[in-house]
Write a protein that binds this ligand. Structure first.
Ligand code: ATP
Ligand code: MG
Length: 564
């Protein structure tokens, strides 16, 4: 039902979101000559996650819709946390999501211009060098109800400020000894405008500018001006930056530069998902996960490795829409979008995850039949394949019950089921070991039911999947559960760390038996293992030893197949 509703909804003309309305109005009034240029501005201090995917799809999507372009800009103003490893991964992920940027830029390319603009501000009496420590600056900033205190260095002369700022650049001072601050208003109701810091001294090599600089601009000072340098028309960011907007506008106004404008939307939050790069980094460093691309991670590379498609992620971000108020999206919506996509595209295969041996006593020894199986009922062009059938099979343990309850329609002593694409099969005998564990079922098939069709109108209620024991390939399969046990992983008892929400059982490794057609599968190939879910080939696969990740389970699996 949910699926139908969403499909219908996507067919209808959707109402415009507030950004589309703004852009259409700007085009109508001829603002920026109707030009639309957005940017995606990641800080290269970690891998991108599903929240960033939202921002990417939004920025690139808006530009595409209105004949505009999008820049990729690395906001690399903090050398202590940034790295080229992250730059490379970000580019790969944006491409994989299906987007091409117009220009690739780095805030660090603008360091010289930003420096010159700082001199302009100093000369206008709008910036000064402060000798106070970070701590002193923090404590003299005041509170929401109380004005801050002017720095004793606030009224230095322009010449002294220019001289000191140049010497800061030349490396004459140690980290933290001096900062450059804007001279705005220490009593401003918006705390961010109480003489914000523009530059601090950090004697650290930058991954692009090396040791050329030892002063680095703050985010607020660098971001708007970078937008302005690129002549960005619509600078879209998340809601928490709305209080920064007056400062963004202040710099642009005082410097008299291209008037980029900032618009805010609600960030994506999702249940059972951690979106903080800092905390994701901790999971990697503390080896809670295999790496940034662990299939349990909400990172784009993690989702890719797990078997997500770019289409599913784009569909998801579209469904989520954009809001002006913070909200939390259910993780199941992401999985729903994935199933919608994979259901259309993923070839079907049979795989047994928890094997139970079946011997068909009325089937000739050594005979192997090749039975036709449909590759994808949703896509006729996917064609058919042959699946071997023989005397010994594996079926799923959970498809057999020795003492079944009333409505158990799968296999049980004396009960008949349909083997998918094969035959009707009846269980006649249960073999156990000395400890009483079931080791084998002895069954017979009805040869007249070949292909799974009833020979005489008699019905079987259940259809189960199987593999032929001799031809089956044995593989490792990784089953995942949510990485966190709490819908909001940060919602922990007092004194407890967010890490106490980590699910200790989020990974289960098993050995499974797969039909032989899967032997040729390549890294990231995706399949639906009938009734068991969607699976994707992991990078850890080696020739002759495949590893599959379960991307997601199937919803309502049983209902679907038993209607055959
Ligand atoms: P950091 O804590 O490192 O600043 P960040 O998640 O803000 O982390 P950025 O690299 O600064 O990371 O983000 C790049 C862009 O992605 C920004 O425009 C940011 O607003 C956007 N973004 C980040 N997280 C989300 C999210 N959860 N939903 C939507 N957009 C996001
Ligand atoms: Mg950020």
């Amino acid at each position: 039902m949910l699926s139908e509703n969403l499909r219908n909804e996507s067919l209808e003309e959707k109402s415009k979101n507030f950004l589309e309305e703004i852009i259409e109005e700007d085009i109508r009034t001829g603002k920026h000559a109707g030009r639309v240029l957005t940017r995606f501005p990641p800080e290269p201090n970690g891998y991108l996650h599903i929240g960033h995917a939202k921002s990417i799809c939004l920025n690139f999507g808006l530009a595409q819709r209105y004949g505009g372009k999008t820049n990729l800009r690395f906001d690399d103003t903090n050398p202590t946390k940034e790295d080229v490893e992250y730059v490379d991964s970000i580019k790969e992920d944006v491409h994989w999501l299906g987007f091409d940027w117009a220009g690739e830029y780095y805030a660090s390319d603008y360091f010289e211009q930003l420096y010159e603009w700082a001199i302009v501000l100093i000369k206008k009496g709008l910036a000064y060098v402060d000798d106070q420590t970070q701590e002193e600056i923090r404590t003299t900033r005041g509170t929401v109800n109380q004005a801050g205190k002017d720095s004793p260095w606030r009224n230095r002369s322009v010449d002294e400020n220019v001289d000191l700022f140049k010497r800061m650049r030349n490396g004459e001072f140690k980290d933290g000894e001096k900062v450059l601050r804007a001279k705005v208003d220490m009593a401003h109701p918006n705390m961010l405008l109480r003489d914000p810091i523009l530059y601090r001294i950090i004697h650290t090599e930058h991954h692009r500018t090396g040791d050329k600089w030892c002063i680095y601009p703050m985010y607020d000072y660098a971001h708007g001006q970078s937008d302005s340098i690129e002549k960005i028309t619509h600078s879209i960011c998340t809601l928490e930056f709305d209080v920064h907007r007056p400062l963004y506008d202040w710099f642009i106004e005082k410097l008299e530069i291209f008037p980029s404008h900032q618009y805010e939307f609600a960030r994506l939050n999702m249940t059972y998902t951690m979106m903080s790069k800092r905390k994701l980094l901790q999971l990697v460093q503390e080896k809670v996960v295999m790496g940034w691309d662990d299939p349990r991670m909400p990172t784009i590379c993690g989702l890719r490795r797990r078997g997500y498609t770019p289409e599913a992620i784009r569909f998801f971000t579209e469904k989520v829409g954009i809001a002006k108020r913070d909200n939390v999206i259910d993780l199941s919506l992401l999985e729903f979008c994935l199933r919608e996509d994979l259901n259309r595209r993923a070839p079907r295969r049979m795989a047994v995850l928890n094997p139970l041996k079946v011997v068909i006593t009325n089937y000739p020894d050594g005979q192997v039949e090749q039975l036709e199986a449909v590759n994808n009922p949703e896509d006729e062009s996917a064609g058919k394949r042959l699946v071997p059938f023989s005397k010994e099979l594996y079926i799923e343990q959970e498809d057999f019950m020795e003492n079944p309850p009333k409505k158990f329609f799968r296999l049980a002593p004396g009960q008949e089921v349909r083997l998918r694409y094969a035959y009707f099969m009846r269980c006649n005998e249960v073999i156990k070991d000395s400890a009483g564990n079931i080791t084998e079922l002895r069954c017979t098939i009805d040869p007249a039911s070949k292909g799974g069709n009833s020979p005489d109108g008699r019905k079987v209620q259940g259809t189960i999947h199987w593999v032929s024991a001799q031809q089956a390939i044995k593989t490792e399969v990784r089953l995942f559960d949510r990485l966190f046990t709490k819908a909001n992983p940060d919602d922990v008892a007092e004194g407890e760390d967010w890490k106490s929400s980590i699910n200790p059982d989020s990974l289960k490794v098993i050995e499974a038996y797969l039909e032989p057609a899967l032997a040729e599968a390549k890294s990231l190939d995706k399949f639906q293992f009938e009734r068991m879910g969607y699976f994707s080939v992991d990078y850890d696969s080696k020739p002759g030893k495949l590893v599959f990740n379960r991307t997601t389970t199937l919803k309502d699996t049983w209902a679907k197949i038993s209607g055959q």
